[in-house]
Write a protein that binds this ligand. Structure first.
Ligand code: CP3
Length: 349
């Protein structure tokens, strides 16, 4: 490995400079991504073609001195492999042809075979890992059970996910059956990505913050803990750093850190210093610049980077990132200013 800063930071070992990568670093803000996507024809055609998925994974690394690559794919590959019929209408978010609404719908779901229905993802991991040639580590990922269940039950994106929340209150046992099947699928999928070459694993619990504290513990945290326990009990995945990112769930940092994961992603609604004071003795932290700060001038971006580094403070265990994904309207020069500032301002003599 030529650059292992990211893996060292996740293990809370000393680094020469703070590593940085960005959620959605491969995406529509890059003209070369838009060109490859046009060539593929659709987002899913891009995800299911390992050569093209590899091409777009590497695009941001050609432009910026990023310290990690992330598999180009989507969190909704698991529900699609379960038979829900994922599609992206042009200009709209994800939709499922067969959402999960009844007991019969939940009973029909099985755990997808990562080397079967999801083989295209494992092929992408193998292709990208070979193409990286040890330049930087490759991150594999999945959605969390709760976040996947949100899309599976709602059938599409939403700001409040009323259908899954209604199932949670009216049919809690059914929601638990669904979450258990999804959690077993996620553990199997992540372990297979590690076996195929992913060197760190991240779980996106994008919608954890929709839940009140007791419901978060029962319907999201419990299954994140189940996944962490499964991966940490297996000799093949025990040493692969695991990052949990529950967006909007800052009230639960201590409980998330106690799952046995190696790092927590944090959004921008808490300072890194406060997050570190609560869990820094246990896990590394990844975050947490507001993605909207990428609209600011390069000078203002540099100042924000300096403030985030100062907030985290000295000592190991910080991976610089945004608090959520880059939006399509960001200018690539601003991303360059961010990545450069992280390395320059954090360089240790
Ligand atoms: O971070 C990366 O660069 C890796 C690739 C990645 C994508 N999606 C590519 C993508 C990752 C890690 C994801 C995760 C994902 N997907 C999440 C969790 C992270 C988060 O953002 O909260 C969620 C909730 C999804 C579901 C999803 N996929 C939505 C809601 C959308 C539509 C939103 C949009 O930006 O249009 C997608 C599509 C998607 N996934 C795109 C990309 C680059 C845009 C597709 C396009 O090219 O039109």
């Amino acid at each position: 490995m030529q650059n292992d800063r990211f893996l060292r930071a996740l293990r809370r070992e000393p680094v020469d400079a703070t590593p940085v990568w960005l959620m959605r670093q491969a995406g529509r803000y890059l003209p070369e991504y838009r060109a490859t996507r046009a060539k593929a024809g659709s987002f899913m055609a891009l995800c299911t073609n390992p050569e093209l998925a590899c091409e777009v994974t590497l695009q941001p690394l050609e432009r910026f001195a990023l310290d990690a690559a992330i598999l180009f794919s989507d969190i909704l590959t698991i529900p699609d492999a379960m038979g829900l019929g994922l599609h992206f209408a042009d200009g709209e978010g994800p939709k499922f042809r067969n959402p999960v609404r009844s007991e019969a719908d939940v009973a029909r779901l099985g755990v997808p075979d990562p080397e079967g229905e999801l083989r295209y993802v494992m092929d992408a991991v193998r292709t990208i890992r070979a193409a990286l040639g040890g330049r930087v580590p490759l991150i594999g990922f999945s959605g969390s059970p709760w976040t996947l269940a949100c899309y599976m039950v709602e059938g599409e994106g939403s700001s409040n996910f009323a259908r899954p929340k209604s199932m949670l209150w009216n049919e809690p046992a059914l929601m638990h059956r669904l979450l258990d099947t999804v959690a077993r699928s996620v553990s199997t999928y992540l372990a297979a990505q590690a076996a195929a070459g992913a060197q760190a694993l991240m779980v996106f619990d994008t919608w954890g913050g929709l839940l009140a504290p007791a419901q978060f513990r029962e319907f999201s945290l419990r299954y994140l803990a189940q996944i962490a326990a499964t991966l940490k009990a297996d000799a093949a995945t025990r040493d692969v750093p695991l990052i949990l990112f529950s967006k909007g769930a800052n009230g639960h940092l201590e409980a998330l850190a106690a799952t046995g994961c190696d790092a927590l992603g944090v959004d921008w609604t808490i300072s890194l210093g406060d997050a570190r004071a609560r869990v820094g003795g246990k896990v590394a932290l990844q975050g947490n610049l507001d993605p909207a700060a990428l609209h600011a001038s390069p000078e203002a971006i540099e100042a924000e980077v300096g403030a985030a580094l100062a907030s985290y403070g000295d000592g190991p265990g910080h991976v610089f990132n945004l608090g959520h994904g880059i939006t399509p309207d960001v200018r690539p020069e601003r991303v360059a200013a961010l990545v450069d500032a992280v390395h320059r301002l954090s360089a240790r003599g």
